[in-house]
Write a protein that binds this ligand. Structure first.
Ligand code: CA
Ligand code: CA
Ligand code: CA
Length: 269
């Protein structure tokens, strides 16, 4: 009967643990997928969020026009799963959904304004008509929506009750501007990606309540003849999953500790 030298036994355990770690990392999906979603009542500000001139021109209007624009905001959705962001550059977004947040409201229509070349877009819900046939969820399906490409769409918010205020403000329906940390009743966004035949679901992720100290009013509130308001855009942030490979590697490292720990325990007894 041969006895392993203790150092050799430890080395053997370590080699086994490292082999397990390599297998875990190799089997983990090597994909990082992400997207950006930006919203504004002004198409010009949406496209150029840091352009002070565009912001000034967008705010230089009547309170009524601004309130109506805030009931029909524009959104820019970008697939940011680029190599620069840690992706493999091949993750195509195949579907995107967004809920209403304030469920006393709905989306009457959603219309595509523009799409990057090669992106095919199909609206699933609601429809493109101003006809009170509506939905609490917007869903688009895509083809060719690869990293770096974007779409811009325009939405109309309506109250469920026809007697209610018809010009609710997206900054109070989808989220609550300056509303603090509670985002439980905010709009949630979800996306599906396909990367090398692997399907990756991202979300649902709630919008956070943006913080914005700029002067503004909500609805048809009349303040003065001179507009004391500003127009800007809000971003969900770069929505990305927790990286899977790191989590599995940690589990495998835990496995190394277990193997070494049990070895030490046996040695002591
Ligand atoms: Ca509703
Ligand atoms: Ca409709
Ligand atoms: Ca409306």
């Amino acid at each position: 009967m041969t006895h392993l030298h203790p150092d050799r036994a430890v080395l053997k355990s370590l080699a086994l643990a490292i082999a397990v770690l390599i297998v875990f990392v190799a089997r983990a999906p090597a994909t990082t997928v992400s997207y950006d979603l930006r919203i504004s009542e002004s198409l010009a500000v949406l496209k150029n969020p840091n352009d002070m001139h565009a912001q000034m021109m967008a705010a230089w209007t009547t309170p009524t026009t601004l309130a109506m624009a805030r009931n029909r905001p524009y959104l820019l959705l970008e697939n940011t799963s680029t190599v620069g962001n840690g992706g493999d550059g091949a993750a195509a977004m195949t579907s995107f959904s967004m809920t209403i947040g304030d469920t006393s409201q709905n989306f009457d229509w959603s219309r595509i304004v523009s799409a990057s070349p090669g992106v095919g877009v199909t609206l699933v819900t609601p429809d493109t008509l101003d006809n009170h046939s509506h939905s609490d969820v917007i869903t688009y399906n895509f083809t060719g929506f690869t990293p770096g490409k974007q779409i811009i769409f325009h939405i109309d918010i309506d109250p469920d009750m026809t007697t209610a205020n018809p010009f609710t403000d997206y900054r109070q329906v989808l989220f609550t501007l300056n509303g603090g940390p509670n985002n439980a009743n905010n709009s949630q966004t979800s996306a599906v990606f396909v990367d090398q035949n692997q399907t990756i679901q991202l979300g649902p992720t709630p919008w956070d309540n943006p913080i914005d100290s700029g002067p503004t009013v909500f609805g048809m509130q009349f303040v003065s003849h001179y507009m004391d308001d500003h127009v800007t855009s809000y971003l969900t942030g770069n929505v990305a999953p927790a990286p899977e490979p790191a989590g599995l590697a940690l589990a495998a490292i835990g496995g190394v500790g277990l193997v070494l720990g049990s070895r030490r325990f046996r040695h002591a007894s």
